[in-house]
Design a protein around this ligand. Sequence first.
Ligand SMILES: Cc1ncc(COP(=O)(O)O)c(C=O)c1O
Length: 366
Amino acid sequence: MPRPISATIHPAAVQHNLNRSRQAAPDAKVWAVVKANAYGHGIERVFEGLRSADGFALLDLDEAQRIRALGWRGPVLLLEGAFEPRDLELCSRLDLWHTVHCDEQIDWLAACKTHVAHRVFLKMNSGMNRLGFTPARYRSAWARLNALPQVDEISLMTHFSDADGGQGIAAQMACFAEVTRDLPGERSVSNSAATLRHPDAVAASDWIRPGISLYGSAPDHPEHTSADWGLLPGMTLSSEIIATQAITTGSSVGYGSKFVAEQPMRIGVVACGYADGYPRVAPTGTPVLVEGVRTRLIGRVSMDMVTVDLTHVPHAGMGSEVTLWGRASQGAVLGIDEVAHAAGTLGYELMCALAQRVPVHLQVTD
Ligand SMILES: Cc1ncc(COP(=O)(O)O)c(C=O)c1O
């Protein structure tokens, strides 16, 4: 019998989450961001749920090829553009739209012998200071691109650094609006947090670019939960109890004896560890569901096992269902953000870190 751990992907939930973005931005087209193999969910597994998007945005050419292999004929955007000149050949062949964020990418386009002019998204660095032309250089980059026969339509884009926090997007929006005010072309400015939190960004965007919210994680947890935003988990990580122990007061649990029982208690040993992608740093108290009942992790996470408190789940035993995040079969939900928060990280990291050894199923009826 295989180890009882598995992940389940919920395409209907992903579709529901996509619809939430549509409700927030009814007039905008939606790029479904599926980079990093759809944030760990698997591009092929979420494709049906995201079919009603207007386009797919990603990074790797390999992932773009996979989207085309699924029969998608609509727009595909490379969010970081070409990494080397020959990537542009594939852009021509697969009809990929691509981001242009630096002079070198314009040089490559100028030298490229393509029969089809390319649709490009010119990226402004409006404050994030990762990719893009500074406001001072943006218009000259636009003029250079506009003069190239290899370039068809130029769209305008930027990415917010603080859409999920107190600083917000006002300064970046003002900068982007000022520099681009009289330039033609569609605008794309909105990640999940901006889409859900900032209607002004949505109003200024012809194309929004939600990623994390599609997969059911709140972009601004803990200020808001996924339930606050009406999002459903796109992934469930579940396992089973493979052993129980009755321990006495003063007994410790796991490596480093980090948890010491203050009273006699029953604990469960779960087939899930950091080699499955569960965060090793998750401390005692991290929430977990056993038979759909909320309880807590105790002691250190080890490579293949975690231990949980069964005090309030007296009926649980060998083979009991454990939900590390997502939806229990009884319907109870443990948000991935809660687990991530306890471990000092974000839902993004946990979903992307699901380990290869975990078998993944697709939920066909939701
Ligand atoms: C350029 C760009 N747009 C959109 C997104 C989607 O962001 P989120 O997953 O926060 O919605 C990302 C993700 O990092 C990105 O890099």
